[in-house]
Design a protein around this ligand. Structure first.
Ligand code: GDD
Ligand code: MN
Length: 362
C-alpha cells in the first residue's frame, strides 16, 4: 500500500486530543495510505512527547517538534516540506474539523475536479451551531469578506484551517508564502500567480474537544499583517512597514516628552531633547518588541534589558548616519526638509537592518 495523504496537524497544547484524533482519522480513511504529521511548537503540555509515544506504536504517526519557532502557518509550511505523500491536508488537532471529509476532499483533488479542496464553514449546507461561539462566527465572516475583497480570492471560507491539495502545488508556492499568522490557505491562494481551482466542502464546524483556542488574542493583528503583506508587501515588507509606523509614533512620543520637559519642568533644550530621545527609543523598543517582532518577542527581564540596550546602541548608529547624510545633502544645497527626510529614511533603514539582526535576530 502506498502513501497517498499526509495529514498535517499543527499543535500547540493538544496532548489529550491527539490519540482520539488518530483513531477518528483511521475510522475515516481506513488502515493504510496515510500518515499524520504532528508539527508541534514545543508545547508546554507535552504534546510532542505524546505524539512520539503514539508514533512508537504506530508508524503512520510522525512528529516534527519545533523549538524557538511559532505559528500555525509556518507549521503547515514545514509539514508540506517534510512529507513524501503526494497529497497534503492541513487540519486542526482539536477535533473541530471532521476527518470524515478527508476522503471526499482527496478524491476531488486526485481526480482533478479541484486543485484545492476546502472544508468551508460558510458554504451551503455547512453549520457552526456546535461551535457555540457566535462572536467568533461573526468575526470570521467579516474577515472573510475583507479577505475576498483584498485578494480577489473567490471562496466562501478563505479563513478555513482545513484543506487539501497536492504536495507539489503546495511546495511550489512555499518560497513565496509569508508564513506570518495562521491564514495559510488564504496565503496559498493569494500567492499563486494562476488562480487555483478550488472546491468547497460544507463542514460542520464542531466545538473544540480539550484545551482552549490559541488564536483569539493575535487574531486581528496577524490577519491584518497578512493582508498588508499580500497587498503591499512586495513594495515595502510588512516588518519594515511596522517598524516605520512604530518610528512615526515614536516621533510623537518624542515631541510629547520634549514639550513636557520644556514647559512643565522648565528644562533646557539639550536636556529636554536628550530625555525625549531616550524616552522615544525606549518606547520604540517596547512597541517593536510587542508588535513588529511579536513572533520573536524578548520576554525574560534579562533578555528585555539586553535587547533594549542593543536597540539604543543600534539607534545611535542610525542617528549618526541620519545626521551625517542629512547635513551632507543640506550643505550641497538640498532643501532642509528634504535633507531631513532623506536622513530619517536612511536612519530608519539602518536601525531596521541593525536591530533585526542584533536585537531580534537569532
Ligand atoms: N504548531 C503550531 N503553532 N500550532 C498552532 C499554533 C502555533 O503557533 N497556534 C495554533 N495551533 C494549532 C492548534 O493547536 C490547533 O490544532 C490548530 O492550530 C487551530 O488552532 P485553534 O487555537 O484551535 O484555532 P481556532 O479554533 O481558534 O481557529 C479556527 O478558526 C480559524 C478561523 O476563524 C481554526 O480552524 C483556524 O485554523 C481557522 O483559521
Ligand atoms: Mn480550534
Amino acid at each position: 500500500m502506498t502513501l497517498d495523504l499526509a495529514i498535517i496537524l499543527p499543535t500547540l497544547n493538544e496532548r489529550d486530543n491527539l490519540a482520539p484524533l488518530v483513531d477518528r482519522i483511521e475510522d475515516a480513511l481506513g488502515p493504510n495510505g496515510w500518515e499524520v504529521l504532528v508539527v508541534d511548537d514545543n508545547s508546554a503540555d507535552g504534546t510532542a512527547d505524546e505524539a512520539r509515544r503514539l508514533a512508537r506504536g504506530d508508524t503512520r504517526v510522525r512528529v516534527l517538534q519545533r523549538i524557538g519557532r511559532r505559528g500555525l502557518s509556518s507549521a503547515a509550511i514545514e509539514g508540506f516540506c517534510a512529507t513524501a505523500a503526494p497529497y497534503v491536508a492541513v487540519m486542526d488537532a482539536d477535533h473541530q474539523h471532521d476527518p470524515k471529509l478527508l476522503k471526499t476532499m482527496l478524491e476531488a483533488v486526485r481526480s482533478g475536479e479541484a486543485e484545492v479542496a476546502v472544508a468551508s464553514r460558510f458554504a451551503e449546507g455547512a453549520s457552526m451551531e456546535e461551535w457555540g461561539r457566535p462572536d467568533r462566527e461573526k468575526l470570521s465572516s467579516v474577515a472573510n469578506g475583507l479577505a475576498r475583497r483584498l485578494t480577489g480570492v473567490e471562496l466562501s471560507d478563505p479563513m478555513s484551517g482545513y484543506f487539501l491539495l497536492s504536495s507539489d502545488t503546495a511546495r511550489a508556492l512555499v518560497p513565496r508564502l509569508s508564513g506570518i499568522g495562521f491564514k495559510i490557505l488564504l496565503d496559498l491562494l493569494a500567492t499563486s500567480e494562476r488562480p487555483l481551482k478550488v472546491k468547497d466542502f460544507p463542514m460542520n464546524f464542531a466545538a473544540r474537544r480539550a484545551g482552549e483556542s490559541k488564536l483569539d488574542r493575535a487574531i486581528a493583528l496577524d490577519f491584518l499583517a497578512g493582508l498588508y503583506d499580500k497587498s503591499f508587501g512586495r513594495i515595502i515588507p510588512t516588518r519594515f512597514a511596522l517598524f516605520g509606523t512604530v518610528g512615526a509614533l515614536g516621533v510623537l512620543v518624542h515631541l510629547a516628552i520634549l514639550y513636557l520637559c520644556l514647559l512643565a519642568f522648565g528644562a533646557g533644550f539639550t536636556w529636554a531633547q536628550g530625555i525625549a530621545t531616550f524616552g522615544a527609543m525606549t518606547f520604540n523598543f517596547w512597541l517593536n518588541n510587542f508588535l513588529t517582532y511579536r513572533d520573536r518577542r524578548l520576554k525574560t527581564l534579562g533578555k528585555v534589558l539586553a535587547g533594549w540596550a542593543s536597540f539604543v546602541a543600534a539607534c545611535s548608529v542610525g542617528a549618526f548616519a541620519n545626521v551625517a547624510v542629512a547635513s551632507a545633502l543640506f550643505s550641497r544645497g538640498l532643501h532642509e526638509v528634504l535633507a531631513a527626510m532623506v536622513g530619517i529614511g536612511i536612519g530608519s533603514v539602518w536601525n531596521y537592518a541593525l536591530s533585526s539582526r542584533f536585537v531580534w535576530g537569532r
